[in-house]
Write a protein that binds this ligand. Structure first.
Ligand SMILES: Cc1cc2nc3c(=O)[nH]c(=O)nc-3n(C[C@H](O)[C@H](O)[C@H](O)COP(=O)(O)OP(=O)(O)OC[C@H]3O[C@@H](n4cnc5c(N)ncnc54)[C@H](O)[C@@H]3O)c2cc1C
Length: 463
């Protein structure tokens, strides 16, 4: 299949006719902003950006890409670390104008357009006392996060985002439109739940929402020199804790702003960010071990509306930061792994961090081959994130993340969460999907035989 490196003017004109959104070319105002993604390390110049506002626009953009042999990137929230929401010289199918959310409270169902952010979802669901399991930052796109799996504060209680997905509307590579669910296109539905953006453009997702209103949440931080002891306690405590309690472990720096006490600003710490979604009458009892392990510097646990929790990290990770990350699934935290964490716990810049996100509890209720997301036997998904606003620190944060990951990798379960990967080569993608990989390639061959959707952690079609 040939790929054009320029979009012919005729293709853009054909797309513009009948298109409701805007088609931006490099000379148009708005192009420079529209080509930017969250990661400031990514600097790509697409030939055109199709800013879609409805399903018809998406179908037109996909058909244009197919008819003119253009490489296409699909952009949801633009948060992908590897920058898969944008591509040099090709066509970006930008869903940022499709952010509607509709709640059906009688069945606790939430239908979300493909370009929405999780903040859009939380805003719409909270008045109904509902929430959909998502990530930990509200500006992240529903599209990319869900298609990769979706790991966040509600994972232990209610599973991954995909475990709560009931159906998806999809524009396929040939420009046609289908709905995928357990009953319709079930193989496609299986692949969408973890297989990333490989199978089509999802124009809307329908989720089963869960009863979540106010939660008891916050950080419990210790001095970084306690990393070994706190991590040893955490690895034993977390898997036996009730599902209503989620807590991701981190090493990082205390942000220099309220609500953190001034004397801790900039201090290198380790510890957990805890979220309790159970009966509030039991909160003290459930949280007691968290509060009394070791000697915490900070106990920030308090009652908070769920959307406020979800947006608490947003100001720390604004668009344009230099970010480089690596990830791995972790089954058990060995003594050897703890030694590595101790060595790297002093982060190179204030925003660099390592998180261990729990994926046990409800995530383990789903079998390894019930969805494309395979690592259901892991207990954590680790991410090693180098981040800084200053481009001159790009190499520094990248080196730290890569070295940390390299030292840790021999102790992990192999394979990584696709949403915590950069462009790391095909073997890593294969390792991630393991025994689900061949089935994914067959589904790809059915729904995207020419591999039109390949600006992603790519799964090539079976031949
Ligand atoms: C600050 C920050 C915090 C994060 N926190 C979490 C977290 O807590 N939990 C977690 O699981 N992940 C987290 N992530 C990772 C996140 O899940 C991935 O970066 C994800 O790819 C972002 O999705 P997006 O739609 O914003 O990105 P985009 O860059 O727009 O898209 C990512 C990929 O998905 C595809 N895609 C996006 N939307 C669609 C769609 N509607 N149809 C078809 N394909 C689509 C794109 O083509 C691309 O391949 C975080 C990322 C950042 C930057």
């Amino acid at each position: 299949m040939s790929v054009m490196t320029e979009v012919p003017p005729a293709a853009v004109e054909a797309l513009q006719a009948g298109f409701r959104g805007k088609v931006l070319r490099p000379e148009d105002s708005g192009y420079e902003t529209a080509r930017r993604v969250h990661n400031g390390m990514i600097d790509r110049r697409p030939a055109a950006i199709a800013c879609c506002v409805d399903v018809a626009d998406v179908m037109a953009a996909v058909r244009t890409a197919r008819e003119h042999g253009l490489i296409a990137a699909v952009r949801g929230g633009g948060h992908n670390g590897a920058g898969f929401g944008v591509v040099d010289d090709g066509l970006v199918i930008d869903l940022g104008g499709m952010r509607g959310v509709r709640v059906a409270p009688e069945r606790s169902l939430v239908t979300v357009e493909g370009g929405a952010t999780w903040g859009d979802v939380d805003h719409a669901t909270h008045p109904f006392g509902l929430a959909v399991p998502s990530g930990v930052v509200s500006t992240t796109g529903v599209g990319g996060l869900t298609l990769g799996g979706g790991i966040g504060h509600l994972a232990r209680h209610y599973g991954l985002s995909i475990d709560n997905l009931r159906s998806a509307d999809v524009v396929l590579a040939d420009g046609s439109f289908v709905t995928a669910s357990q009953d319709e296109h079930p193989e496609l539905f299986w692949a969408l739940r973890g297989g990333g953006g490989n199978f089509g453009v999802v124009t809307s997702f329908t989720f089963q929402a869960r009863p979540v209103r106010n939660v008891i949440a916050g950080p419990v931080f210790h001095d970084v020199s306690d990393t070994g002891d706190v991590l040893r306690w955490y690895r034993d405590f977390l898997p036996s804790a009730p599902r209503e309690l989620n807590g991701f472990f981190l090493v990082g720096t205390v942000p220099p702003a309220p609500p953190f006490p001034e004397e801790l600003h900039g201090r290198n710490v380790c510890g957990g960010v805890w979220v309790y979604t159970g009966d509030h009458d039991r909160a003290d009892e459930v949280l007691e071990p968290v509060r009394t392990a070791g000697e915490p510097l900070l106990d920030g646990l308090h009652e908070v509306p769920f959307p406020a929790l979800q947006s608490v990290f947003d100001p720390l990770y604004p668009s344009g930061l230099q970010t480089y990350w690596r990830g791995d699934f972790v089954a058990t935290i060995s003594d050897e792994a703890i030694e590595v964490h101790e060595r790297f716990a002093e982060v190179p810049t204030p925003l660099s961090t390592m998180h261990l996100y729990p994926i046990d509890g409800a995530v383990h209720d789903v079998g390894a081959n019930e969805t494309a997301f395979r690592h259901r036997d892991a207990t954590w998904s680790a991410v090693f994130l180098g981040a800084d606003p200053d481009p001159s620190n790009a190499d520094r944060v990248r080196d730290w993340a890569v070295r940390y990951w390299e030292q840790m990798h021999p102790t992990t379960a192999g394979g990584s969460y696709v949403n915590f990967m950069m462009e790391e080569g095909h073997d890593r993608v294969r390792a991630t999907y393991g025994e689900n990989y061949d089935r994914l390639t067959r589904i790809k061959a059915t729904y995207d035989p020419e591999n039109r959707f390949r600006v992603n952690q790519n799964i090539p079609p079976a031949t």
